[in-house]
Design a protein around this ligand. Structure first.
Ligand code: ATP
Ligand code: MG
Length: 264
């Protein structure tokens, strides 16, 4: 397995240094080293339950490491008290795995929520932001709809509009295309590309959807057994000789998994 280091001397936007995290006896992160370069999209792949969402939550301070360090633009953040973390968290947008819209609020109110929480933003500015973000995600006419009346793909796009409300520098996308048909999934892929190209957003995309990964990634990293076991471009990962990486990207079950089926 190869872990190719980054090309430039630029300080990465985010750096994980030997991060460990366990829940009781379950070791989830077991020495993660990872650099996230600026203005590019890094895709994190890995089997279900391997700790990808846990990894993202360390970036925004929803979880703290047991040991190891997390840096943002070279500044250590994993040990910051909550009050000092708050201004940093505002520079991140988080598209949660379950969209997590507020069901009692309409689409516009959902997008306005982080702006109202921030305070000091005029109503006119809030309305302008709602319209701007909804038009970016292609839902300009949906401002007054309730989340329950939207399809899964539309909910994801509203959640993305909300994640963009504060013009984040870094966007974290947790399974942005899961559960969507291939066309809706591709709309999300195009949005991720657009945000990166037009708005220079640094993206971190967690996904099992390899079509999406290959389309949006500047770099792909694979999390396995608590560590980053591979880092490369889409072409490099396609050519990676490691059987576990190949099995994952081709969606093939292992011998052990097939043997278990035979025993049924
Ligand atoms: N707050 C928590 N308390 C206890 N265990 C947790 C907590 N958060 C995550 N875990 C456990 O950590 C492991 C990794 O979870 P995580 O959600 O990061 O997986 P994942 O790679 O995102 O999986 P999926 O692809 O299914 O979303 C799982 O076994 C999960 O049950
Ligand atoms: Mg997850």
């Amino acid at each position: 397995m190869s872990i190719t280091s980054q090309n430039s001397s630029d300080v990465p936007v985010i750096r994980f240094e030997n991060v460990h995290k366990r829940f009781g006896s379950l070791v989830v992160l077991n020495g993660v080293d990872l650099d996230i370069p600026a203005d590019q999209t890094t895709v994190v792949i890995g089997p279900s339950g391997t700790g990808k969402s846990v990894l993202l939550k360390h970036i925004v301070g929803l979880l703290r490491p047991d040991s190891g360090h997390v840096y943002f633009h070279g500044r250590r953040i994993d040990n910051l008290p909550e009050k000092e973390f708050e201004p940093i968290r505002k520079r991140f947008g988080f598209l949660f795995q379950q969209s997590a819209l507020f069901d009692s609020m309409d689409v516009g109110e959902n997008i306005a929520f982080p702006l109202r929480q921030e305070g000091g933003i005029s109503e006119a500015q809030i309305i302008e932001t709602i319209h701007e973000k909804l038009s970016i995600v292609g839902l300009a006419a949906s401002e007054r709809k309730m989340p329950a009346d939207l399809s899964g793909g539309q909910r994801k796009r509203v959640a993305l509009a909300r994640a963009m409300a504060m013009n984040p520098e870094v966007l974290l996308y947790d399974e942005p295309t899961t559960g969507l048909d291939p066309i809706r999934a591709d709309v999300i892929n195009e949005l991720i590309l657009k945000l990166q190209k037009q708005f220079k957003v640094t993206g971190i995309v967690v996904t099992h959807d390899m079509a999406s990964a290959f389309k949006v990634a500047d770099h792909i990293v694979m999390l396995l057994h608590g560590k980053i076991v591979y880092r490369g471009t889409a072409d490099e990962i396609r050519a990676c000789p490691d059987p576990e990486v190949q099995r994952f990207i081709q969606g093939r079950a292992s011998e052990a998994e097939l043997d278990a089926l035979d025993r049924l």
